[in-house]
Write a protein that binds this ligand. Structure first.
Ligand code: G3P
Ligand code: CA
Length: 231
């Protein structure tokens, strides 16, 4: 079962920064998840919210600021990174790129292609039209994020999705089996608690998205003797 650092190791480092992504890899994650938005001058940057207010010392909408303005901001000692900076500096086996907006799919796929990382990237979103567009412009692997029912299995099948990303509390044995039967790569979010991690293992998910990569190691200590699980 693989570990994906949610916004990096965001429980320990400023979210969606190079420091957080590198920390997740250092803590044993195979992959990192990040959120993508577009600046006023069309640059792809890594930030979760529509505005910079919560995570930096600035104020305003990302879409109304130039890259130069964005780069002046401080995010707990770090800068908001460009997607290209993350792709060049972070050595991950899997990058989950979450599209928080639409209309920039082609630019994102192009950047990934420029780094020759198409095989390591899964483009993910709550916006399935955006994922459809990603496929049309050459993105290979897509993943549907969801947190409510009905489960979007039919949409995922019609889009030939690679991954399914349910909120962990939507998973039960029946749904997990259905996902596996359809050969999706299943990665629930955001698993920050060891008891939930154990439950996810029981459902045989392929990986978890977590703010706390160290829970993967804690898991071993919960089991006794020959009950120890290999991760
Ligand atoms: O990967 C899924 C998860 O990141 C979606 O929620 O709000 O953290 O982007 P959010
Ligand atoms: Ca996200």
């Amino acid at each position: 079962m693989i570990c994906i650092g949610h916004r990096g190791a965001s429980a320990y480092e400023p979210e969606n920064t190079i420091r957080a992504f590198k920390r997740a890899i250092d803590m044993g994650c195979q992959g990192v998840e990040m959120d993508l938005r577009r600046t006023k001058d069309g640059k792809i940057v890594v930030i979760h919210d529509e505005t910079v207010d919560r995570t930096t010392n600035g104020k305003g909408k990302v879409s109304e600021m130039t890259l130069e303005e964005i780069k002046k901001l401080d995010s707990h000692g770090e800068k908001i990174p460009l997607l290209s900076e993350v792709l060049s500096e972070v050595k991950a086996e899997i990058f989950l790129l979450e599209l928080k907006e639409s209309g920039y799919e082609e630019s994102i796929v192009k950047e990934v292609k420029d780094f020759n990382l198409l095989d390591k990237v899964v483009f993910v979103s709550f916006n399935y039209d955006s994922l459809k567009k990603v496929k049309e412009v050459g993105g290979e692997k897509i993943g549907l994020i969801y947190e409510t029912q009905p489960y979007p299995i039919q949409v995922a099948k019609s889009l030939k999705a690679y991954a399914m990303l349910p909120s962990y509390n939507l998973l039960n044995r029946i749904h997990a089996n259905e996902l596996k039967k359809n050969k999706f790569f299943v990665i629930p979010w955001v698993v920050n608690d060891v008891s939930i991690l154990e439950k996810m293992m029981y459902f045989k998910v392929d990986g978890v998205i977590t703010d706390k990569p160290d829970i993967m190691k804690q898991l071993k200590y919960l089991r006794k003797g020959n009950e120890t699980l290999t991760i």
